[in-house]
Ligand binder design. Structure first.
Ligand SMILES: [Mg+2]
Length: 124
């Protein structure tokens, strides 16, 4: 496995995150607490923390990108959500790559480009 600093969004495989989170959880003896129910609730809590950062604010994308502190807080909460998602994937031993591919195919069938386009719904 590569050194952490060699990874970025363009070259990190899912297994890198799965092993990293698994190791973090196991080394603290937290596996017994990482049940499906607890992990789903943790994902929701972290998504709530992410949501709270924007609650009652009307930031535009440029406002966020220009606010280093806010952008870091948002990045932290996105990471928290992702980490718990990965822990849930580990707990249930889901092949995330296969699951996403399968779900994207379902989404492609459900939301055809002809019917759903540019915010409009064109019923066949
Ligand atoms: Mg958090």
């Amino acid at each position: 496995m590569q050194n952490d600093s060699n990874y970025n969004d363009f070259n990190a495989p899912i297994i890198y995150f799965r092993k990293k989170v698994k190791s973090f959880v196991e080394s603290r003896s937290w596996t017994k607490y990482h049940t499906p129910k607890n992990l789903v609730q943790a994902i929701n809590c972290e998504a709530g923390e992410l949501s709270q950062l924007l609650l009652f604010k009307d930031y535009k994308k440029e406002d966020i990108l220009g606010n280093k502190t806010l952008l870091e807080k948002i990045s932290d909460e996105i990471s928290d959500v992702f980490i718990y998602l990965i822990s849930l994937v580990n707990c249930l031993d889901i092949d995330l790559t296969g699951a996403i591919a399968k779900k994207m195919e379902k989404n492609t069938q459900k939301y055809s480009e002809e019917e759903f386009n540019n915010g409009n719904y064109y019923k066949k």
